[in-house]
Design a protein around this ligand. Sequence first.
Ligand SMILES: NC(=O)c1ccc[n+]([C@@H]2O[C@H](COP(=O)([O-])OP(=O)(O)OC[C@H]3O[C@@H](n4cnc5c(N)ncnc54)[C@H](OP(=O)(O)O)[C@@H]3O)[C@@H](O)[C@H]2O)c1
Length: 282
Amino acid sequence: MALTDTYTLSNGTKIPVVGFGTWQTPDGEIAYQAVLTALKDGYRHIDTAEGYGNEASVGRAIHDSGIKRDELFVTTKLDNSAHGYAETKQALGESLSKLGLQYVDLFLIHWPNPQAFRDNWEEKNAQTWKAMEEAYEEGLVKAIGVSNFRPKHLDALLKTAKITPMVNQIFLNPSDLQPSVVDYNDAHDILSEAYSPFGTGKIFQIDGLKEIAAKYHKSVPQLVLRWHLQHGFLPLPKSVHENYIQANTDIFDFEIAKEDMKTIDGFRGAFGLAEDPDTVPF
Ligand SMILES: NC(=O)c1ccc[n+]([C@@H]2O[C@H](COP(=O)([O-])OP(=O)(O)OC[C@H]3O[C@@H](n4cnc5c(N)ncnc54)[C@H](OP(=O)(O)O)[C@@H]3O)[C@@H](O)[C@H]2O)c1
């Protein structure tokens, strides 16, 4: 396996097995340099969102990298303020314009029930999804999916959807494997993308990981990224440091033994579980 290896989504679209995360990567020089570095180091999959406020810098780095568009996989997400049919179309147009792209490879509903639509999230998601299906049919997006959706949100969406989401991007790391969501995704041929693969840095609080990583002569982040791949997840590691960005690519020359996979699975709750999407204050 290598960074350029792919999973295949339910519609046949190929998606590189590791994506580069950009949440909390400030717009401007930091986001530009981080993404440019990642592309230089071989990442071919970039994960951004309207809500991260850095699409313009991400787009600039993509453009300046000189890498052919069809060799890249770019994801962006619909902002929580933009649920609805017309709003979704407008938001996608704005994201494409900021990114300077004709299409994105994957467009996700960022959140199932933002506070603003908590009374009518089901109806809003149905309208949003219709707009996303049309964007897919028009070729503005090569794949469509969701993020932070639990089975009940997906069940609701599937009542009116013509196309089943191809991806569900969720909080996944040794502190929470979200088995009920992953099982649902698997049963519906929805790829589980792992956001916060290092728990936004909290992974270093788990002492037991250091011992296991040392056994394989790897760092904790490298061990954890490998653990994600062996689970069939698609991790989205984020960093703004060149040495970390590069180190996080060195994960393809070892195999974690079954018993160590189990030990890592057993750290559930070590630094908390995924937030409940129905009650978050945003
Ligand atoms: N859909 C959603 O709702 C959602 C939510 C959260 C995240 N995401 C996506 O998932 C991506 C990743 O999640 P995340 O941003 O929460 O963070 P993460 O990838 O779990 O962890 C990032 C943290 O780990 C540090 N780090 C990375 N590699 C390291 C290494 N080799 N050694 C030491 N430290 C290292 C980073 O440091 P530095 O940054 O200082 O280099 C940063 O503090 C996001 O960027 C975003 O694209 C999506």
